[in-house]
Design a protein around this ligand. Sequence first.
Ligand code: NAD
Ligand code: ZN
Length: 371
Amino acid sequence: TFRCTEITAAVTRAQGAPFTLEKGRIRAPEGTEVLVRIVATGLCHTDLIVRDQYYPVPLPAVLGHEGAGIIEAVGPNVATLQTGDHVVLTFGSCGHCDLCAQGHVCYCQNFFGLNFGGADKDGKTAIEDMDGKPLHDHFFAQSSFATYAIATESNTVKVPKDAPLEMLGPLGCGIQTGAGAVMNSLKVGPGTAFASFGAGAVGLSSVMAAKAVGATTIIAVDVVASRLELAQELGATHVVNSREQDMVEAVRNITGGGVDFALETTGRAEVLAQAIECLGSLGTIGVIGAPKLGTKAEFDINNLLLLGRSIRGIVEGDSVPQIFIPQLIELNRQGRFPFDKLIKFYPFDKINEAVKDSESGVTLKAVLKIG
Ligand code: NAD
Ligand code: ZN
């Protein structure tokens, strides 16, 4: 029997278009899927680059990939989750490839298709509009700019019922990416020097994490003064406004020889090139910011080679979400990872205002209150 639930979703109908709130229908969960009543969803810069088609997700589509909510129904093969559980939705991974088997779920060999394919692994969608026309979905295996979303057991993280659910969605992407890049990928240690290029939601999450692990020089670089002020509140020991100062010179002056660890979170080729020059000998930079597919950066190879510097890409902070997200919730409860300071809430129907405020830099992490 075909059962479905009426939903309201924010639909992206064309490249660069504003989100439109529309009614539609979502089918019941099958197999290892869960149906989640979305309470709140974070807005991540990745939603906007997909709206702008830097990554070719087919449109029209329902985006949104930082969902938090309550399980409404479970498919027949779900083993570890129940109706009523509070959950955070995160990125999809297949669970069967070599990388998943090794625990490297962020580098799942099916990552692109599962998260950006606009449908499930068989090419089928779960949402249709009121005319019965399918809407592309399964964005990050969730499409959570909607009152209900279908996710899979493997990308659904159960969280404690006494944690503030409406704030937790961004842990599923932006916040776990910045924090995980520091804690899991780079393994920034006590007494080291760290720099984040970009002090947006991802960059500031990395600043908080660097403080939590005991880095003693923490530099935030951005072009928005208010973001740099917040960075200092969250643990940056130094800030650099790269519109006013040469960032390479500034970071060298602060550190002497350059930083041990850095993250590129602006998605700009010229910032990456300069950030490499901010590394000390044997320093490592993680690349997180996502430009258009095909974007190239230029740097002096010998500056990499002779100083033993490393550069690596990072997806989702090398997180194993079922382990890492509860750890971040506990660090937050203890006051050691105050990501709540990044969040500003918007009603669901003000999604385009949330986008505008995020793009202008007024809002760090917009969270849409949905249900
Ligand atoms: P954001 O827009 O909040 O942050 C980007 C910051 O870069 C802004 O504060 C902006 O002012 C700053 N910036 C722009 N130009 C600059 C310049 N020339 N010099 C210094 N700073 C500059 O975005 P976010 O949500 O923090 O996401 C950051 C990036 O990470 C995006 O590209 C997003 O798509 C990507 N992302 C990647 C992953 C991953 O797994 N690799 C996960 C989440 C987000
Ligand atoms: Zn994201």
